[in-house]
Design a protein around this ligand. Structure first.
Ligand code: ATP
Length: 360
């Protein structure tokens, strides 16, 4: 049983604050992903948890025990990073056994552990080969096997899939989840890829500029983003943001006006203290529909249709600005058409244009 606690962690490099007073916990057996754009402080946070960096202030605790000054090799962690770095002159068996050898584990125990890890990762047949003869996916499996041999208290990963092609990513992603369940330890995973974060995690931590913007389970972060940053970063394609004026904001519904059209929608939690006249209406492309026509709703001109799998992404220009909509591949609208735009009123988000925080 391990619980990881990051308590008021700050890490400065000279005048640059890479991580700015963040706190979070990872429960035993929980899979938590830190996600955010390049440079937001994800790797630095993970390296502090691992003991590869010393915090400027704040503490790292495992199960309530202060680990802040405990060196990395005494933290007992399973770690996996982007670069695979297998030793080319060693066989797979030797590669996987290496961390155990460094720890001084006996040969017979090492052999047993390696066989077991290789069995789990389905590379048992290849143990006497050298890494050079393996595909990228097989090398990643070896790296995973090497990560998980021996006892560990937590599983830390930094962008382990970023060098793999799309198909392998999906495969290794599943292996990582399987290994995590098997280890039964807390896992902290770092990625800039929100889709990876959404598919793998119990909870995600969205970071921006050294700070935490939101922590929550994937559904909550997707459906109730705290602010414009989270709303834009999470979800693919990105959410649309429309300038609007606020007509009415109640406890159960809100009405906004966009270019002369009134849009009334139910709200689940509203900040009634919001008194602004201008607001930002957020709507995901999945919740925008378009039809041919030029009625009294929002209208625009369909500029572009980009096919994606069984759907297509439509870009519509209108007085309200540019808007994206996911439409069926076989939709009967075409580029250049005048279209009516409808917004799913159960999936609208209202933001404060000054603070960019969620209002309703
Ligand atoms: P990426 O996805 O690009 O790896 P990240 O979110 O993991 O980004 P970090 O690598 O944690 O971000 O970096 C956060 C900030 O700290 C960046 O501005 C980076 O340039 C800076 N930084 C990181 N490591 C060091 C270091 N050793 N010395 C100086 N600055 C550093």
């Amino acid at each position: 049983m391990t619980r990881i606690e990051v308590d008021s962690l700050t890490k400065e490099y000279g005048s640059l604050t890479a991580v700015d007073d963040i706190s979070f916990e990872v429960a035993d057996e929980e899979f938590v992903t830190i996600v955010g754009p390049s440079g937001c402080g994800k790797t630095t946070t993970l390296r502090c948890v691992a003991g590869l960096e010393t915090p400027t202030s704040g503490r790292i605790l495992f199960d309530g025990q202060d680990m802040t000054d405990v060196p990395v090799n005494e933290r007992n962690l399973a770690m996996m990073f982007q670069s695979i770095a297998l030793y080319p002159h060693m066989t797979l068996r030797e590669n996987i056994a290496y961390p155990l050898k460094v720890k001084g584990v006996s040969k017979s125990e090492r052999d047993e552990e390696v066989e077991e890890a290789a069995r789990v990762m389905q590379i048992g047949e290849s143990l006497d080969k050298h890494p050079g003869s393996l595909s990228g996916g097989q090398q990643q499996r070896v790296a995973l096997a090497r990560t998980v041999v021996g006892d560990s208290v937590a599983f830390l990963m930094d962008e382990p899939l970023s060098d793999l092609d799309a198909k392998l990513k999906v495969e290794i992603r599943k292996e990582i989840q399987r290994i995590h369940q098997r280890l039964g330890e807390p896992a902290v995973y770092v990625t800039h890829d929100q889709e990876e974060a959404m598919t793998m995690s119990d909870r995600i931590i969205v970071m921006n500029d050294g700070r935490i913007e939101q922590i929550g389970d994937t559904e909550a972060v997707y459906r109730y983003p705290n602010n414009v940053f989270v709303a834009e970063f999470i979800g693919n394609p990105s959410m649309n943001f429309l300038d609007c004026s606020l007509v009415e904001l109640g406890t159960e519904s809100a009405t906004v006006e966009i270019e002369g059209t009134h849009v009334e929608f139910p709200v689940e939690r509203s900040t009634e203290s919001f008194r602004g006249e201008a607001a930002i209406l957020g709507v995901r492309p999945q919740h925008v529909t378009v039809e041919g026509g030029d009625g009294r709703t929002l209208t625009g001109t369909l500029r572009l249709i980009e096919p994606l799998d069984d759907r297509a992404l439509a870009t519509i220009d209108g007085p309200q600005g540019e808007l994206s909509a996911m439409i069926p591949r076989d939709s009967d609208v075409n580029e250049g058409d005048r279209v009516e735009i409808s917004l799913n009123r159960f999936e609208l988000h209202l933001f404060d244009p000054d603070s960019s925080d969620l209002v309703a």
